[in-house]
Design a protein around this ligand. Sequence first.
Ligand SMILES: [Zn+2]
Length: 113
Amino acid sequence: MINKTVQNILQNKYTNALDQKQKLLEVVFLAQELLEKYQLPECEIYFLMHSNFRGICYNSGEKISLQIQFSINEDMEEIRNTILHEIAHAIVGNENGHNLVWKKKALELGVRF
Ligand SMILES: [Zn+2]
């Protein structure tokens, strides 16, 4: 099954440039791999066109969004770090914000600060 975000990439919703589309697919696959690894198969990845944030976690892990320009331009290591940051939110719940509970989980996942 092709998810909505992959479909959007293939239909040029974010960019027409082939190298940028390949990068976005790579980002989605990395995110899906990490979501599986941390047992969040229900969580969906979206791209945001206009956002001041690199990533956002909604409703305690129902959905994670990544900023589109960040996803296109940043290197995979930095993107992986942002995805793990949001996954830590998804695991401990958004009510924890960036408190010690979240930070402990983030460190456990290998998030760099
Ligand atoms: Zn955060």
